[in-house]
Design a protein around this ligand. Structure first.
Ligand SMILES: Nc1ncnc2c1ncn2[C@@H]1O[C@H](COP(=O)(O)OP(=O)(O)OP(=O)(O)O)[C@@H](O)[C@H]1O
Ligand SMILES: O=P(O)(O)OC[C@H]1O[C@H](OP(=O)(O)OP(=O)(O)O)[C@H](O)[C@@H]1O
Ligand SMILES: [Mg+2]
Length: 297
């Protein structure tokens, strides 16, 4: 049996760039040939399988690949579909990732946007996610018809194919461009890392165990900042209070100053301009906010 860990990612789409970037940030190197389905890592015994995102949950659930990176929307849709058709639908949830954030929402043509949820009874709703839509409609006890479309869902009402749509929304620009108004969020999604339920060989499990802390380190680093500033000794408590998520700061004396100290700290939150202005107002100076590339506890 091959001792290479197989990871499925989206070949080309919204998740592709960030999936690859995440693996690369974990030290896994690839040389990608656009046309090829399979890419071998040059740094680790890892193979990348580059496929359509719709195929990723099934590949993991069937144990064809070891792990996959996929949006929760597709993952949950496929899980519901496979459950309904008595296919294997289990997997291990490894990590929620900080990209691919979007929501699955109901939207109506502008002229009908005042309609309530109950008014959807008997209507046709175009969607790529019939199982998620039906689950929502069931909880609301609404009897409507899901019209399955694999693309261009937003044009369905104008084309007379449906009365409403249920589609992914991020900025809302697509809805607006098509004269539609978001009326109800039915599912919130982000990218996830999932593992097959069937056990991995010890070598592959060990490799995965090495990658996970790296992945956590990359995600944590992205959310953290290294902050350096000069602060008045008397007001240190106020300075720290202004920096939520800051770990115990390191204080360093300044050779030419008695009243001020240099403060270095890692903050787990973004430092906004407003906070920097407040720090300045209480006497801080030389405020630097630096990105962190990697972290390990
Ligand atoms: N506007 C968005 N902003 C952020 N994430 C999004 C957005 N649209 C979709 N996503 C997430 O990215 C995933 C992939 O979206 P994309 O539009 O590339 O899929 P696709 O067209 O089905 O691609 P494929 O050809 O792989 O089937 C979605 O399932 C969702 O999780
Ligand atoms: O609210 P917005 O920011 O406009 O994003 C929503 C759009 O993004 C996704 O499509 P994508 O652009 O990935 O293209 P696709 O439909 O061709 O996959 C999704 O299917 C919506 O159409
Ligand atoms: Mg798809």
């Amino acid at each position: 049996m091959s001792e290479r860990l197989t990871i499925a990612i989206q070949k080309s789409g919204r998740l592709s760039k960030e999936s690859l970037a995440l693996l690369q940030a974990c030290g896994v190197k690839f040389s990608i040939h656009q046309a090829r389905l399979l890419a071998h890592s040059t740094s680790h015994p890892i193979d990348l399988l580059r496929v359509r995102d719709d195929d990723i949950p099934g590949l993991v659930m069937d144990g064809v690949v070891d792990v996959g990176l996929v949006g929760e929307n597709v993952l949950e849709e496929v899980r519901l579909e496979r459950e309904a058709t008595s296919q294997r639908a289990d997997y291990i949830d490894l990590r929620a990732l900080d990209f691919g954030q979007c929501r699955l929402s109901l939207a109506l043509p502008k002229e009908q946007s005042q309609l309530s949820l109950a008014d959807l009874a008997g209507k046709r709703i175009a969607t790529t996610y019939p199982f998620l839509l039906q689950r929502f409609l069931k909880t609301q006890q609404i009897d409507a018809q899901a019209v399955m479309l694999t693309g261009s869902v937003e044009v369905a009402p104008r084309a007379g194919l449906a009365d409403a749509i249920c589609d992914l929304v991020s900025t809302g620009a697509t809805l607006e461009a098509n004269g539609l108004v978001e009326t109800q969020v039915i599912f919130r999604s982000r990218a996830k890392l999932i593992q097959r339920k069937q056990p991995l060989s010890p070598a592959r499990q060990q490799l995965l165990q090495q990658l996970l802390p790296r992945l956590d380190g990359v995600q944590q680093a992205k959310e953290s900042k290294y902050i350096m500033l000069h602060a008045p000794k008397q007001r240190l408590d106020e300075v720290v209070a202004l920096l939520p998520g800051a770990e115990a700061p390191t204080l360093l004396p300044l050779s030419d100053q008695q009243q001020q100290v240099a403060v270095h700290m890692v903050s787990t939150e973004t430092l906004f301009w407003e906070t920097m202005e407040q720090l300045k107002a209480i006497g801080c100076s030389s405020i630097l906010v630096l990105p962190i590339e990697k972290m390990m506890g």
